[in-house]
Write a protein that binds this ligand. Structure first.
Ligand code: NBP
Length: 476
């Protein structure tokens, strides 16, 4: 046995990750259910490093030094279970099985428990950055035992993206902590993309700019606080002209956004935890709405009148307002995502360090952005902070942007341009900062029809009013 690590599942992600590992001087055993993918990898890229290819799972396992570290990079769900089931009988106590796919964290909890009972380490590894990241440096979120990380950490840190000399790879916590954090990361990505899409819609539909002009606006925005991979990429996409029609590329793409499920998982889990992730939820629902093409067609027939928004009197000022609204909404979406990470960590006793997440998302992944440095600093100053929103830098950003944010949402409503993520983020901000919420009326109603009781502002205790009787109040 001469390989220091093994990887099975050589589709786009696995193949690139294997090449990345080999390029960093680690001898890697490679395997794929369909052998042709393994031989193709060796034929095309065998000279990039030291690969040990095997056709059978038995030979593959035998080619790895003990205690073995084996990365599974196959389709999430049943295929992952099938590979684990086939591997486990071939392994020895102390071996480490790593799932690098986009597993639901509850699957990872179950698998970790099952393998622990067999004396094996199971690691749930979130890998962000798509194919390009897998090859040239992803962001890696590792969940598993300390022993497992001790062995894997040096290899993973060597292949991860790097920012300011710090690898974008961290031991997030035990068992499913890594996959949980990767899930929320993807949820934040949904929110970020929705906010960018709403900005584009406003610049085009309200400000009347053409895609190429909007690309220029995004390039300018990328010079400031908003500097990020997604803003930069938006400029590239909006600048692209379709070769067949000569139209802006964005106009030939069907306006139906698909989803693989991580956004939905994030929202489902947030509901379970009771964390209001309004930005991520609206982004997920906006994708769903775009997919209801029949309902959309029916609605267009019945509601064909466009509201007449007030004409813009200063286009440049509006563009700048949209920038401020985008930044403020983005701060809210990230603050909500970090709340969910904290709540998930509490629920499962993972001890996740949110600042470390901001640190490893600065490179390699789709949501890499300048402002993650500010989040990292906020957690360094105050590790147990209540919400990112109230830390000095972000409080200032949101306060400074608030008037512009309101003008943008009001303009969008007037013009009939839907901005669910902008609007819900603003509503969340207003909800948090409001002295009194109408939740008081909700509690009173609940007590009226369901005797659900209420707390009073002036006295401790739990109370009920005899609504059907003499309206007297009793302490319960
Ligand atoms: P896919 O998700 O398309 O999976 C294809 C791989 O799964 C192939 O190697 C295939 O083997 C193998 N496989 C299947 Br399907 N069923 C199997 C089974 N029953 N037994 C053994 N192998 C089986 O590949 P991917 O896009 O490279 O993604 C890999 C993982 O990484 C996924 O979990 C994905 O969610 C995650 N991920 C993807 C991205 C991305 O940008 N694509 C980013 C981050 C994470 P075969 O060749 O024999 O059919």
């Amino acid at each position: 046995a001469r390989a220091t690590i093994g990887l099975t599942g050589l589709a786009v992600m696995g193949r690139n990750l294997a090449r990345n590992i080999a390029r960093h001087g680690h001898t890697i055993a490679v395997h794929n259910r369909t052998t042709a993918k393994m031989t193709a990898l060796l034929d095309e890229f065998g000279d990039e490093g030291d690969f040990v290819g095997s056709e059978s799972l038995e030979d593959f396992v035998a080619s790895i030094q003990q205690p073995r570290a084996i990365v599974i990079m196959v389709k999430a769900g049943e295929p992952t279970d099938a590979v684990i089931d086939a591997l486990v009988p071939l392994l020895d106590e102390g071996d480490i099985v790593v799932d690098g796919g986009n597993a639901h964290f509850t699957d990872t909890l179950r698998r970790e428990q099952a393998l622990k009972e067999k004396g094996l380490h199971f690691v749930g590894m979130g890998v962000s950055g798509g194919e390009e990241g897998a090859l040239n440096g992803p962001s890696i979120m590792v969940g598993g035992s300390d022993d497992a990380y001790e062995k894997l950490g040096p290899i993973l840190e060597s292949i991860a993206a790097e920012v300011d000399g710090t690898p974008c790879c961290a031991h997030v916590g035990p068992d499913a902590a890594g996959h949980f954090v990767k899930m929320v990361h993807n949820g934040i990505e949904y929110a970020d993309m929705q906010l960018i899409a709403e900005s584009y819609d406003l610049l085009r539909s309200v400000a009347g700019l053409e895609p190429a002009e909007i690309a220029q606006v995004f390039r300018e925005w990328n010079d400031g606080d908003l500097e990020s991979f997604l803003i930069e990429t938006t400029a590239v996409v909006l600048d692209h002209t379709d070769a067949i029609t000569g139209k802006p590329f964005v106009d030939v793409v069907k306006d139906v956004a698909e989803q693989k499920g991580t956004g939905r998982w994030t929202v489902q889990n947030a509901l379970d935890l009771g964390v209001p992730v309004t930005g991520i939820a609206e982004a997920t629902f906006a994708r769903s709405l775009s997919g209801h093409t029949e309902q959309r067609a029916a609605a267009r027939k019945v509601f064909d009148t466009e509201p007449e928004g007030a004409p813009l009197d200063d286009r440049d000022a509006f563009v700048d307002d949209v920038r401020a609204a985008l930044y403020a909404s983005k701060v809210v979406a990230y603050a909500q995502g970090f709340d969910q990470i904290a709540a998930g960590s509490d629920e499962h006793g993972w001890g996740v360090d949110p600042g470390a997440m901001a640190t490893i998302w600065r490179g390699g992944c789709i949501i890499r952005a300048q402002f993650l440095d500010r989040i990292k600093e906020a957690y360094a100053d105050e590790p147990d902070l209540t919400t990112l929103l109230t830390t000095p830098y972000f409080a200032n950003a949101v306060t400074e942007g608030a008037d512009a944010w309101r003008r943008v949402v009001a303009t969008a409503v007037g013009a009939g341009v839907p901005t669910p993520a902008f609007s819900s983020s603003l509503a969340y901000f207003d909800g948090l900062r409001r002295e009194h919420l109408p939740a008081a009326l909700i509690q009173a109603l609940r007590d009226n029809f369901g005797a659900h009781t209420y707390a009073r502002v002036d006295r401790d205790g739990t109370f009920h009013t005899a609504w059907a009787g003499d309206l007297s109040e009793v302490e319960s």
